[in-house]
Design a binder for this molecule. Structure first.
Ligand code: PXP
Length: 243
């Protein structure tokens, strides 16, 4: 079975738009788990634009499945991760100006900062994955720095998919699928767990499931988008009843 990690950052994005108390990502996590999520994923960014320290603390206490914390190497968040001890951490690149995590982590086998962070997290009993571009050489480097899993960045594939609406005779999409397949095989050869995420939607997810040894998908934007729409009618009716 492929594990579904639901990324709830965007629930916190809506809350932070008003800097108020709702919607609470902790409540959203509990509901996601009731819906069948195998895990909850959050990114505690250095600029705290969405998830806050308080959210992570409460999620650690309340999430029943796997809590997966995304974090950047050079941030103070590594110390927070060591203190909070989520079951899993995904190391991602982070730039303040970006709208979302753009591109995978640059990994080289002799990156001492990255290796040091991986070692510290693993020593705390946290399973460490690296969010990388689907590229066999990067997979090999991820293993060399001690990661136990790689999360393949599916953003370029998702863009190619959207451009041709998933037509399997489209050369650009075919190229992206081949990149993912090559990276997936490399992960298998290096004994790494295979995760994937970014830009996965209800429409395109079916075209990813053939990847060999795929164990986990992390999906955020599309699920939160659907939650807003499927919840709209009920939310308005509840307010109408009060008025
Ligand atoms: N995985 C990682 C490492 C991410 O940074 C993100 C985006 O925050 C996701 C998965 C989820 O991407 P999306 O919101 O496009 O589903």
């Amino acid at each position: 079975m492929i594990h579904l990690g639901v990324n709830i950052d965007h629930v916190a994005t809506v809350r932070q738009a008003r800097r108020t108390i709702e919607p609470d990502p902790v409540a959203a996590a509990a509901l996601a788990e009731l819906g069948g999520a195998d895990g909850i994923t959050v990114h505690l960014r250095e600029d705290r634009r969405h998830i806050q320290d308080r959210d992570l603390r409460l999620l650690r206490e309340t999430v029943q499945g796997v809590l997966n914390l995304e974090l950047a190497v050079e941030s103070g968040v590594v110390d927070i991760a060591l203190a909070t001890k989520p079951q899993q951490a995904c190391i991602v690149p982070e730039r303040r100006q970006e709208v979302t995590t753009e591109g995978g982590l640059r990994v080289s086998a002799d990156d001492r900062a990255l290796r040091g962070t991986v070692d510290r997290l693993r020593a705390a009993g946290i399973l460490v994955s690296l969010f990388i571009e689907p590229d066999p050489a990067t997979v090999a480097a991820a293993q060399a720095v001690g990661a136990e899993a790689v999360e393949l960045h599916t953003g370029a594939w998702a863009e190619a998919w959207l451009a041709c609406r998933g037509r399997d005779d489209d050369a650009a999409l075919r190229r992206q699928v081949e990149r993912l397949e090559a990276a997936a095989h490399a992960a298998g050869e290096h004994g790494l767990r295979l995760h994937a995420g970014h830009g996965i939607t209800y429409r395109n997810v079916g075209d990813l499931l053939h990847l060999p040894l795929l164990r986990e998908l992390n999906i955020g934007h599309s699920i939160i988008s659907r939650a807003v729409l499927v919840g709209m009618e009920r939310a308005v009716r509840d307010m109408k009843d009060l008025i």
